[in-house]
Design a protein around this ligand. Sequence first.
Ligand code: UDP
Ligand code: MG
Length: 142
Amino acid sequence: MADQAGNLTFAIIKPDAVGAGNTGKIIDRIIGGGFRIRAMKMIHQTRKQSEGFYEVHRGKPFYEGLTEFMSSGPCVVMVLEKDGAVKAWRDLMGATDPTKADEGTIRKEFGGSVGENATHGSDSDENAAIEISFFFSKLELV
Ligand code: UDP
Ligand code: MG
């Protein structure tokens, strides 16, 4: 399928989920959800990198804690492909706060708190393109 706005999104398995040994289970849910994994790597971000990634949230009360958490351990970054990928991945993840997430969602099952909520997903096609290019070159999408 040709890459086009609407069929790609960017995902992170966050340090809480990687540290808890849930990486494989989450990848299984992604594949079971009909996504094709176009790129994937494990990284351990510096504080500067996580601050750069979450630049849009700078100044919010949770920014310091969020960027510290995201650089606290390894995470898995991925490019996912599916029709309507942004919404489809956010639906599979569930609400930001795991206590408010629907049954059967990844954050409900694996998230521990509103901050340490297992996964990240882009919120628009425009931000998906920005976030993908933050971590991957075009050549790395297979
Ligand atoms: N976050 C937090 N406290 C909040 C809101 C968000 O710690 O009150 C963290 C949480 O890890 C969330 C991330 O900041 O996933 C980005 O927030 P956003 O509102 O974009 O939520 P998301 O798009 O991840 O559902
Ligand atoms: Mg967001």
